[in-house]
Design a protein around this ligand. Structure first.
Ligand code: BG6
Length: 468
């Protein structure tokens, strides 16, 4: 017995900048990712470096038909992908869109629909056009709200009647820790004040609410979700100070979820501004705009973390875009991310009990250094470790549904191997499908089904029953 509904949306997720490649084809402008040659931790320079694996990605731009066919073979009901804003508006601020860019996504959407796969589109997945980063310092500038609105208007109109599910900003709360990747802000983080960050957050929140309003007006069937980096915080010890530290850490996520789901700035956020002497500049009508709250919540989930009032006393571990304290009860991936399936059940319950909106798990998966091998004359990756990781997480998700959480679907992150976001490397693979692209950029780009491919196909076919 499992609890997945008949219409549970099983699928996978990718982003434009990690998969497409073709960074300068058919009129595309540069995005910040095209200049991040070693991942997010280096400031970009003006030069596009051929060492940046994202420039070619896995060539989804030319191979999407083959890839979507493979997703369909697994039985995907949904494919999450992003539109590269700089393919539609190369600099980000033009008046007219680039038709070639729209045609590409139109064909991706149509190919999905022909297989009965619903597209779930992220409008901005760490891909701010570079021109906007350079000339406006990204989302620090109010003007981005207007540019984003124009972009949304174009894509919503183009895909009305075809695409139901949309996400505005990928992991919107990444703004706090990674203002460059999260919000296209070129000013180094240590030179940004709380004022700057809260102001940029306001711009994104207004832009996101405008997108919700517009989507509903253009096509009442469209549903728009918020998307957060979901990390559940455990107190390192039962000391009350550690629980207070958890309350503080929870603000990272709640700041956005509160506004995006409730449609106003609650008292605690106003108190934050006061505490830090921040005055968020608003235009007339902003508070009315943010009333346009999202239809659902979505999150990425890879790990939990321990929080302490005295972090210096504990051992530091690796986290996804965040630092963590080591949890003695958990094992880690090869990249040091702690593995915590129960944490998924916990965070889903926590979010649902607070906001009572349907939740879409739009990212979850295991990055591993997979190796191709030969079996009975065929190439395969025997990724039993991935199967076991995903199985445990899906069973935890099933428990969450049983707890009463409304879960719309699950899109496994990096359903086909792609270039990693944080470190721009090809060694770290997530997919059900192996791509012959090597860390040095060589390789035939050929696709090979991994063992987990067949496993997931069976999970979808049996609507999760095979997990038990
Ligand atoms: C999420 C991002 O934070 O984590 C994805 O939305 C990213 O774009 C994923 O790929 C995994 O991170 P990484 O660094 O292993 O690719």
């Amino acid at each position: 017995m499992v609890n997945f509904s008949k219409d549970f949306l099983w699928g996978g997720a990718i982003s434009a900048n990690q998969a497409e490649g073709a960074y300068d084809r058919d009129g595309k402008g540069l995005s910040i990712q095209d200049l991040l040659s070693e991942g997010v931790f280096k400031a970009p320079d003006e030069e596009v470096k051929s060492t940046n694996l994202k420039l070619e990605g896995i060539d989804f731009y030319h191979r999407y038909k083959e890839d979507i066919r493979l997703f369909a073979e697994m039985g995907f009901k949904v494919l999450r992908f992003s539109i590269a804003w700089s393919r539609i508006f190369p600099k980000g601020n033009e008046q007219e869109p680039n038709e070639k860019g729209l045609e590409f996504y139109e064909d991706v959407v149509d190919t999905c629909l022909n297989y009965g796969i619903q597209p779930l589109i992220t409008l901005s997945h760490y891909e701010t056009p570079y021109y906007l980063a350079k000339h406006y310092d990204g989302w620090r500038s109010r003007e981005l709200v207007n540019f984003f609105e124009r972009y949304c208007e174009v894509v919503f109109n183009r895909f009305k009647g075809k695409v139901k599910y949309w996400l505005t900003f990928n992991e919107i709360n990444a703004l706090w820790n990674f203002p460059l990747m999260g919000a296209g802000i070129l000013t180094p983080k240590d030179q940004l004040s709380k004022q700057d960050l809260y102001q940029a957050a306001h711009h994104e929140l207004v832009a996101s609410a405008k997108a919700v309003k517009m989507a509903h007006e253009i096509d009442p069937n469209m549903q728009v979700g918020s998307m957060v980096l979901g990390i559940y915080n455990y107190p390192m010890t039962p000391h009350p100070d550690d629980t207070l530290a958890v309350l503080e850490a929870n603000k990272n996520l709640n700041y956005f979820l509160d506004v995006q789901t409730r449609g106003y700035y609650p008292k605690w956020i106003q108190q934050e501004w006061k505490k830090y002497g921040v005055e968020v500049k608003m235009e007339q009508g902003d508070l009315d705009i943010i009333k346009h709250s999202v239809d659902f919540i979505s999150l990425s989930y890879y790990m939990t973390r321990c929080v302490s009032a005295t972090p210096e006393k504990h051992q530091i571990g690796q986290g996804n875009l965040t630092s963590v304290l080591k949890n003695p009860y958990l094992e880690e991936t090869e990249w040091g991310w702690e593995i915590d399936p129960q944490g998924l059940r916990i965070i889903l319950n926590q979010i649902y009990q607070t906001y009572q909106l349907p939740i879409f798990v739009v990212e979850n998966g295991l990055g591993a250094n997979d190796k191709l091998s030969e079996k009975n004359g065929n190439l395969i990756v025997e990724d039993d470790y991935r199967i076991s990781y995903l199985k445990d997480h899906l069973l935890a998700l099933d428990e969450a549904i049983n707890d009463g959480v409304e879960v719309m679907g699950y899109t496994m992150w990096g359903c086909i191997d792609l270039v990693s976001a944080s470190t721009a490397e090809m060694k770290k693979r997530y997919g059900f499908i192996y791509v012959d692209r090597q860390p040095d950029g060589s390789g035939s780009l050929e696709r090979t089904r991994k063992k987990s491919f067949y496993w997931y196909k069976n999970v979808i076919e049996t609507n999760g029953v095979s997990l038990k």
